[in-house]
Design a protein around this ligand. Sequence first.
Ligand code: DLL
Length: 433
Amino acid sequence: MPNYYQPEIECASHEQIRAWQDERLVKTVRHVYQNVPYYRNLMDKRGVTPDDIHSVDDLCKLPFLTKDDLRDAYPYGLLATPLQDCVRIQSTSGTTGRRVVAFYTQHDIDLWDDCCARAIMAAGGTKDDVVHVCYGYGLFTGGPGLNGGSHKVGSLTLPMSSGNTERQIQFMCDLGSTILCCTPSYAAYLGESIHERGLQDKIKLKAGIFGAEAWSEEMRQDIQQKLGIKAYDIYGLTEISGPGVSFECSEQRGMHVNEDHFIAEIIDPNTGEVLPDGEKGELVFTSITKEAFPLIRYRTRDICVLSREKCSCGRTHVRMSKPMGRSDDMLIVKGVNVFPSQIETVLLNKGYPANYQIVVSREHNSDKLEVLVEMTPEMFSDELSKVSAREDELVGALKAMLGIYAQVKLVAPKSIARSEGKAVRIIDKRKLY
Ligand code: DLL
């Protein structure tokens, strides 16, 4: 059984990583220029040809790609190989606008599975583990990605997909699942459901690999404590392959980007200027080993920071911080930038469960921010005056974090709908006016 912890790659010197990236970037730019008229036009408009690209230093000469480009080019406009060479399509959820579809050759699937296998091994996975995958299967990349990674590690894979919490818990107990893969919001819900049934002692989980949505450190503590596991973050996006673009090691201090496959940059989202490591900005990826759907300088809209500080796990690949949220998830309320993750941090710090909803509306020509927060069953049995004191306390804490007033409404336990996939936290009614 091959070992998908690959120290010769994951712990390579910076010079070695750079040499791989230089060579693979040059090759990818040529491949895309020759086979993707859409991107060739963008390059021609900029007056840049593949001959101008010799190394990663030349990356900044190349035009960006955005989600709008992917929508414009839907479905085949960015495909770089004949369709007959492709074996798979995956797609984004497409809640706004047209869906985005991504294509994979068998080689592309293999490298994606390798990336997910590295993530599972970094979370302590081996062929002795039972990997319980309750990310959705189908067009969403979560299920297929972790499934492929788990096969490569040689673990016993449970392709549960999402939903049916009763069955998830039963299989977890009966089949001794040791590694759980799902969204953090569903992990929190599973933790809550296991406690309600008093089944903590029947659960053999040791680790969880959670991603696909923003989650705070406080939520990590909550999940780790509820499920008695170590919770690892995993990041990725359909356009760049799916989960496994980056993943956490046992240090839990940022996610190592698989730099032999992807080049990461941070840019100023307003000017497009490349920012140095350590500065916060929009994450941009270039895939350098893909055949069917290689994207060059794809703007993710995710806001984070890159760090090349030495990691004690020995991996040398650059680490990205947890994304603070997407720049298009960021709410502007009364002119102030508000990220749902800031609100989550306040709530979890104050002992509330991670079940909340943010409602923004317009009243008398001014923005109104309202946060609905579920109480724990113990809080729910408190007298009314205590509940209103709790609301006031949260208003103060949110004001300190956000700098603006948010109305807080404490609601009954279980009154906010649970999500089996990515949680929907924001209702922005202003878009309806
Ligand atoms: O969510 C792929 C994935 C599946 C990642 C399972 C991890 C685990 P998309 O549906 O295309 O793909 O959504 C990609 O989700 O741009 C981020 O905004 C967000 N996202 C993904 N992982 C994380 C994470 C999958 N760990 C979009 N933390 C990305 C915060 C994340 N946000």
